[in-house]
Design a protein around this ligand. Structure first.
Ligand SMILES: [Zn+2]
Length: 195
């Protein structure tokens, strides 16, 4: 059984109905109480007549309404990039939330290959378009896209050169990205130059 306060995902087994009755945010099927939402588990141990299990929606979990999330691109396969979301707006998420970025949601133009615009290891800012886990993301808005990336050649942080290009400070390698609110604007070898 899960612990008091643990994160529950929709459909997840929470308890046997003989021990706990289904309360808010849960439902019972075939004697098993399951969560119907994403939230925190509350086992009501004080109620002596019957124990009730409830799942309380945690505030950060209203993912669909979140303006943006920040995550790291874990892998790119075919038409999808898998992303681990580490923060929802300004709030850090305890355990990362898995998310998917489909090729059609990367930019407001035809994208033939995801890797041309987003690479493994990139940190991205994205807008959730679904609330279910794995959440679907879009990086189409102007402020969304890659916000920090390392050079594929030498591994150093790249700076934003123009709207579609990043350049490596160290080896001068240039790469394309769908760029969001990029963190490093410009950086010379001998210290930073402000724009
Ligand atoms: Zn480099």
């Amino acid at each position: 059984m899960k612990k008091q306060g643990d994160l529950a995902l929709p459909g997840e087994d929470l308890a046997v109905a003989e021990e706990f009755m289904a309360g808010d945010g849960t439902y019972e099927i075939n004697g098993i109480v399951r969560s119907s939402i994403v939230g925190k588990i509350f086992y009501d141990m004080l109620n002596r007549k019957s124990n009730v299990i409830m799942v309380k929606k945690s505030p950060l979990i209203n993912l669909k309404k979140a303006k943006y999330v920040i995550g790291v691109v874990d892998s790119v396969t075919g038409e999808n990039a898998k992303v681990s979301v580490y923060s929802v707006e300004e709030k850090n998420v305890g355990d990362s939330i898995s998310a998917i970025l489909h090729i059609s949601q990367i930019a407001n133009k035809r994208v033939k290959s995801i890797s041309t615009y987003i690479k493994v290891g990139d940190i991205i800012r994205a807008k959730p378009i679904t609330g279910r886990i794995p959440i679907s993301l879009t990086t189409k808005p102007n402020d969304c896209g890659v916000i920090l990336a390392k050079c594929s050649v030498c591994g150093n942080i790249m700076f934003k050169e123009d709207e579609e290009h990043l350049r490596c400070t160290y080896c001068n390698n240039q790469e394309t990205r769908k760029i969001g609110l990029y963190v490093v604007k410009r950086n010379g070898r001998k210290g930073s130059q402000k724009e």
